[in-house]
Design a protein around this ligand. Structure first.
Ligand SMILES: CC(C)(COP(=O)(O)OP(=O)(O)OC[C@H]1O[C@@H](n2cnc3c(N)ncnc32)[C@H](O)[C@@H]1OP(=O)(O)O)[C@@H](O)C(=O)NCCC(=O)NCCS
Length: 134
């Protein structure tokens, strides 16, 4: 498995799977080097994209593994790689969030993330905020 910063050549694969971002914004995220891709040889297996909370703390906006690569330790691998990059860039804390009715919260807690509050948007389930000191 290989993990690297997404390149313009990854745009097509990312757009095919990422339902939560428009093309223009995704192009900016790639230019800002805020997307990691997980590759199995040449095969696109998943991605992680992030932004900066308070323009200060790295905040994982989306983590997604395509179905065949789930439950095999690659989610942990991708998040750990991201954390290592964030620490190397001088950050002492990372954050993410997940819906309270989804099981991803258990994955994040397994990786050492702790609950840091919650918020809710109209019509959406409660969103849990999680953080991890690096
Ligand atoms: C959630 C997701 C990123 C997890 O990645 P993964 O590769 O399947 O998880 P891993 O195999 O790396 O699991 C890492 C650890 O978390 C645990 N874990 C994973 N999912 C879990 C769950 N639903 N409940 C409890 N523990 C879980 C594993 O048992 C493992 O623990 P261990 O290392 O002590 O054995 C992946 O399944 C996925 O992309 N799912 C669909 C999209 C999604 O829900 N994204 C999350 C938020 S956007």
């Amino acid at each position: 498995m290989d993990i690297r910063i997404a390149e313009v050549s990854d745009l097509r694969a990312l757009l095919a799977h990422d339902r939560h971002i428009c093309r223009a914004q995704l192009e900016r995220k790639i230019a800002d080097q805020q997307v990691l891709v997980l590759l199995d040889g040449e095969i696109f297996a998943g991605w992680l994209r992030w932004g900066m909370f308070w323009d200060e703390h790295p905040f994982m906006n989306l983590l997604y593994l395509l179905e065949p690569w789930r439950g095999r330790g690659f989610g942990r691998l991708l998040v750990t790689d991201w954390e290592r990059r964030m620490k190397a860039a001088g950050h002492g804390l990372v954050m993410t969030s997940t819906q309270a009715n989804e099981c991803a919260q258990f994955f994040y807690r397994r990786l050492g993330y702790v609950d840091a509050g919650s918020f809710s948007l109209p019509g959406d389930p409660l969103e849990l905020i999680l953080s991890k000191a690096l």
